[in-house]
Design a protein around this ligand. Structure first.
Ligand code: AMP
Length: 311
């Protein structure tokens, strides 16, 4: 069984990094394993809807990894292969798993990445712009034709180095996904609700603020929703949690063919569920071993966990 069979709306287009990551956490260490925001988001979204990935890899990108993405029904016509090495990221986490410490970023082929949407991708209804240079996010928005929903992510580096372009992206997207530190930095507000309001003032109809293992909160101009993190006792590697969350959220909305407040709330829970699986193991290992039944089961557990009666 696959949720994709029930997908009511068109595919999801995901643009972002495909990487080889080297990660150390208090619970283990890996070297040059499959990572990248677009990889996590695509595999996560693929549980709910067909996915198209736009990114770049080098000559060293293993066929095994192409095959693994393709097995998840991720369309790779937009994955460019360029001369040189694949993007590499290295980092570690201490006992506070919410904080990644970067030790090396080797852009390699990502340095000259220009997202080029194949003609057949230009009418994709759902778009997730993962964390890349805001100017490149804008170039994707210029190529895609009237998407139903645009979701965008970013990182502190772009807030500090390309704020004006980032604000242009925010003005053109429907849902902004950012973590708590990023919304505070962008708006200069320490209070998260005020910071969320500040992001909404930049244009998007909805802001989703990710709070690591503490869940996520969603704000629009007239609604507020908070989702808990799934209470995991063992987190082995938090890398990719945010991107997995984003992929689950967009994929779920595409599956439902709706973006109203009620569906958005469920999409946030779907995203949290997917992220909770990713962090159970290194790289995309847990996502590749995951079944739709496990996803549904954990979703229902969260529903049961957060139920409470009338006053
Ligand atoms: P997350 O843990 O969800 O914030 O994302 C982790 C993923 O982002 C890793 O797999 C990295 O390969 C990727 N990543 C790290 N730095 C960058 C960057 N500057 N641009 C694009 N992707 C990155």
């Amino acid at each position: 069984m696959s949720f994709q069979d029930e997908c009511r709306d068109g595919p999801v287009l995901i643009v972002g990094s495909v990487a080889y990551d080297s990660v150390r956490t208090p619970f283990g260490e890996t070297s040059e394993v499959l990572g990248g925001a677009a990889s996590y988001a695509s595999v996560s979204a693929s549980f709910f809807a067909p996915v198209r990935l736009v990114g770049v890899v080098g000559e060293d990108f293993a066929e095994e990894h192409v095959a693994r993405l393709a097995q998840r029904n991720v369309d790779l016509a937009g994955l460019q292969r360029a001369p040189g090495k694949t993007f590499r990221w290295a980092g570690y986490y201490e006992y506070d798993l919410n904080q990644a410490h970067t030790t090396a970023t080797e852009l390699n082929v990502f340095q000259d990445f220009r997202p080029d949407l194949p003609a057949s991708y230009r009418d994709t209804p759902y778009l997730f712009l993962a964390n890349i240079q805001p100017a490149l996010q804008l170039s994707v928005l210029d190529q895609i034709r009237q998407p139903k929903l645009v979701v965008c992510d970013t990182m502190n580096f772009w807030i500090e180095n390309a704020e004006d372009t980032l604000l242009e992206v925010l003005a053109r997207c429907d849902i902004a996904l950012m973590n708590d530190a990023e919304v505070r930095e962008l708006t200069g507000e320490s209070n998260l609700i005020a910071a969320g309001r500040g992001v909404l003032n930049a244009g998007p109809g909805v802001v989703v603020i990710k709070k690591g293992e503490h869940g996520a909160l969603m704000m629009s101009r007239d609604s507020y929703f908070t989702a808990p993190g799934y209470p995991l006792e063992e987190i082995r590697d938090p890398t990719g949690a945010g991107d997995t969350f984003a992929g689950g959220l967009v994929g779920y909305l595409a599956r439902c063919g709706a973006t109203d407040d009620e569906t958005l709330r469920r999409a946030i829970i779907a995203g949290s569920v997917m992220a909770s699986f990713t962090v159970e193991d290194f790289s995309l290992d847990r996502l590749f071993a995951l079944s739709p039944e496990e996803v549904a089961e954990r979703y229902h557990e969260i529903v049961a966990m957060t139920r409470f009666g009338a006053f």
